[in-house]
Design a protein around this ligand. Structure first.
Ligand code: SRM
Ligand code: SF4
Length: 550
């Protein structure tokens, strides 16, 4: 039997549902149950403040409902005027914190129901939208963030925009509901890709430009790896079937790295990935949402049958995959110049939270000051960091001075390797699925891990540490060198053995540990690594695999 979500999608009249009525209902801060599913396709989630849930229940008060809005931002790029608008909108309608996500875009939290329309209308004025940022459709397309990556960056970045446009749902509901545009007859919205059923589940695409795998390309439903020959982009190796989400206690669920299917010339890449989406539409599991991602479809069909189905739909054969090599996933912090002589400063934003800190690191003030001058653009990375980008050489000193005056350069330079390489998901207080803390806790755990690394004189080798508040994997913990996956409040599974290139899943090492237990096992592991590693070039993730610790 089809899952209830399938019925909601089909009966939604192009994702409209009863959203207009839900918005007008002043008796509640919530929206109707079915509309909570549909609003995701418009880039929003209904949430409540979990910190005050019990207290409000005691007082018989409704939960403190609000909405999170996620922007659609292929390649994670904002102009200075868009940044200024984002700053103002965040202050006026949300908690004020601009949250950079692990998929290279931003979220605003705490938006009350009555503020949704003004928020989206303000974004629309600067040509930003949240269409399909969530829901059972293609989500934000990510791209290697280093603009200096190679001269092909611009071409790849613009391809991400084309993919995003080509895979947008055709319904005009967003414009009608949120921007008050006139209703369009539904028959004019026919959608050959999504039909009226959309996809069985969320769908994600990333493009990596080797040697950088900052996008963690193999964790996506579709991955494109740019193949550059003689300085020119010739096409992409295409991979399919990546995904991180699992469910505790459900052995049928698992994280999976995508399988490389072959090489496709750049002119044919869009049709190849479009047809992968149609295969998932037609063959994906619509009964059990836990087993409906493309990774399960592929494993059920078998990779050979899946590839044959794809080749019959695109009417050409993929060529054998071409050579490439990834060397790193971490961001390159600090100043770097690109092929055109423009400068880019990557600043470290712990867990993607852009705000003015009490201890004097003033991200928001500095970014606003820069945005007001129009002397830089802004790019987000899939490691939740921010690049102040496209700075002319004549403006570099000015931007550097602003970043220093607000303690950002100092903050970026002084943060330890392990902290800069770390990432946590949102989790409490807004995520309804969180079992344990994520971004609110990881910084303090990192401080304790820093002490252990220093004790064993390996602080320069800080491993990639990622934490999530539940097994859904939003910070991609299953490919971290050290992954902490929440099991209950204050407890985590410890996963070990990912590599620094994002090409190997880690494995479960210990289950359900509290902080004291975590620090004890990490102390012992760091001691062993310091003594037995082959040299500084052997990463912690490689060591635990070689030493058969996992
Ligand atoms: Fe995620 C659900 C936050 C990247 C796998 N994710 C959620 C929700 C919306 C909870 C919910 O369903 O109500 C979280 C909202 C928390 C909040 O309060 O903001 C949430 N996910 C995030 C973000 C904000 C984490 C972050 O701190 O950066 C990331 C937003 C990305 C974006 O801009 O689009 C985020 N989520 C990811 C990733 C990483 C990625 O895509 O590279 C994954 C793992 C990759 C994958 O999809 O397999 C991921 N999120 C999930 C899942 C598990 C999906 C599955 O296949 O089982 C869920 C739960 C679900 O879909 O049922 C989920
Ligand atoms: Fe929420 Fe779990 Fe995702 Fe963290 S990993 S944001 S707890 S769904």
């Amino acid at each position: 039997m089809e899952s209830p979500v399938e019925k909601i999608k089909k009966g939604s009249h192009g994702l409209r549902g009863m959203l207009k009525d839900s918005l007008l209902d002043e008796h509640t801060g919530a929206i109707r149950d079915d509309d909570q599913t549909l609003i995701k396709f418009h880039g929003m989630y209904m949430q409540d403040d979990r910190d005050v849930r019990d207290k409000r229940a005691e007082k018989k008060l409704e939960r403190l409902y609000s909405f999170m809005i996620r922007l659609r931002l292929p390649g994670g790029f904002l102009t200075s005027s868009q940044w200024k608008a984002l700053h103002d909108i965040a202050g006026e309608h949300s908690t004020g914190i601009i949250k950079i996500t692990s998929r290279q875009t931003v979220q605003l939290h705490g938006i009350l129901k009555s503020h949704i329309k003004p928020t989206l209308q303000a974004f629309n004025k600067v040509k930003l939208d949240s269409i399909a940022a969530c829901g059972d459709v293609n989500r934000n397309v990510t791209v290697t963030a280093h603009p200096k990556a190679s001269p092909v960056h611009e071409e790849v970045f613009s391809f991400a925009g084309q993919i995003s446009e080509a895979l947008l749902p055709k319904t005009q509901a967003y414009y009608e509901i949120w921007l008050d545009e006139e209703k369009i007859a539904e028959h004019n919205e026919e959608d050959p890709l999504y039909e009226n059923r959309y996809l069985p589940r969320k769908f994600k695409i990333a493009i990596a430009i080797p040697p950088y795998n900052d996008v963690d390309v193999f964790t996506n439903d579709i991955g494109l790896i740019a193949i550059i020959e003689n300085g020119k982009l010739v096409g992409y190796n295409i991979s399919a079937g990546g995904g991180m989400g699992t469910t505790h206690g459900n052995a049928a669920t698992y994280p999976r790295l995508a399988t490389v299917l072959g090489f496709v010339e750049k002119e044919k890449a869009l049709s190849a990935l479009y047809e992968i989406v149609t295969i998932q539409r037609d063959f994906g599991n619509r009964e059990d949402r836990k087993l409906s991602r493309l990774k399960y479809t592929i494993d059920r069909m078998g990779i050979t049958a899946f590839k044959e189905e794809l080749e019959s739909r695109i009417s050409f054969s993929l060529s054998p995959a071409r050579d490439y090599a990834f060397t790193q996933r971490a961001d390159d912090f600090g100043w770097h110049s690109d092929a055109e002589g423009k400068w880019h400063y990557t600043l470290f934003v712990e867990n993607g939270r852009v705000l003015d800190h009490e201890h004097g690191v003033l991200f928001k003030t500095a970014c606003l000051e820069i945005a007001k001058t129009g002397k830089a653009n802004f790019r987000f990375t899939c490691n939740q960091n921010l690049v102040v980008s496209d700075v002319a050489v004549s403006d570099k000193d000015f931007i550097d001075t602003v970043l220093r005056q607000h303690n950002i350069v100092q903050h970026t330079e002084n943060a330890s390797q392990v902290r800069k390489n770390s990432m946590a998901c949102v989790a409490f207080n807004t995520c309804p699925l969180a079992l344990a803390e994520g971004q609110r806790y990881l910084p303090s755990l990192i401080s304790k891990l820093e002490i252990l690394l220093a004790k064993h004189h390996i602080e320069k080798e800080g491993p990639i540490v990622r934490m999530t508040g539940c097994p859904n994997g939003c910070a991609r913990p299953y490919i971290a060198e050290v992954g902490f996956v929440g099991t209950a409040y204050g407890r985590y599974n410890v996963m070990l053995g990912g590599d620094v290139r994002g090409e190997r899943l880690n494995k479960l090492y210990k289950e359900n540990l509290d902080e004291t237990e975590i620090l004890n096992v990490m102390d012992a592991l760091f001691a062993q690594y310091a003594k037995q590693r082959k040299g500084p070039e052997e990463s912690f993730g490689d060591f635990v695999v070689r030493a058969s610790i996992v």
